[in-house]
Design a binder for this molecule. Sequence first.
Ligand SMILES: [Zn+2]
Length: 139
Amino acid sequence: MAKRFSARGISKHRSYTIEEAAQIIGACPQTLRKWENEGLKLLMSRRPHLVNGADLVVFLQAREAKRKRPKLEIGQVRCFGCGVSKKPLGLMADYVPITPSRGRLAALCADCESTCSLFIGQAKLALYANILDIAHRKR
Ligand SMILES: [Zn+2]
């Protein structure tokens, strides 16, 4: 998953060199240059190359919003094959404990039959057990 960068510390009312902006948000200058292909406007006509603070803040906020995926409903798992959340094949899942309080729920996707996996705590596991047929496995 892509790393998160915070726009905190970037003023909307000034411009930064690529290096300055990168340092403030904790990224590499290369990363900012790469973001130009993803829509970040860089001022490349003169040296040093600049980025407008307001443009960077908007870009980072949009990037963060895209990152946030809808929350799973109880009983749903996320399919890595289809990339969406859904109830698993046959409403069945295996629970494999990892720690005394948390474990991994593994199931098959009803559409593509690839593996769906979800890290889950005991409290949520009890809710999932109302909807799914959960087999408890040993580690
Ligand atoms: Zn799938």
